[in-house]
Design a protein around this ligand. Structure first.
Ligand code: FES
Length: 124
């Protein structure tokens, strides 16, 4: 029996938008007009390159790194990209998703993205 292949990648784009007047920054905001176009740019570029579906763009809420926004997490790999622009997203698709090389210069700094804590060590 033929199986349906799982997506090769999921690209979780934070689409959180803070209400006006909210002091906390958010990944989609009035103060950064390009931030409102990034999700569409991501989907359109995947479509134009013929890889949408195999690569699945997902809109998410806050991923907890608002100060570094706009952010997007790529799975597999737990790769968190920060301070995104359209240009950076295109490069991430070309070099990481198609080319197989993480675009290190757009990855969140290590001090902001330490090793995860094993939930088994925390569970009550
Ligand atoms: S608003 Fe995007 S990470 Fe928090």
């Amino acid at each position: 029996m033929m199986s349906i292949p799982q997506p090769a990648f999921f690209m979780f784009k934070c689409q959180q938008s803070a209400p006006p007047g909210m002091p906390k920054p958010s990944c989609v905001s009035e103060s950064n007009p390009e931030s409102k176009e990034l999700m569409q740019h991501l989907s359109m570029t995947l479509m134009q390159k013929g890889i949408i579906g195999n690569v699945q763009p997902i809109q998410t809420g806050c991923l907890g790194r608002c100060l570094q926004g706009p952010v997007m997490m790529v799975e597999p790999g737990h790769v968190m990209y920060v301070q995104l622009t359209k240009e950076k997203i295109t490069r991430i698709i070309d070099e990481h998703i198609i080319g197989g090389n993480v675009v290190e210069e757009y990855v969140i700094p290590e001090q902001m993205w330490g090793e995860p804590i094993d939930p088994a060590s925390q569970a009550k």
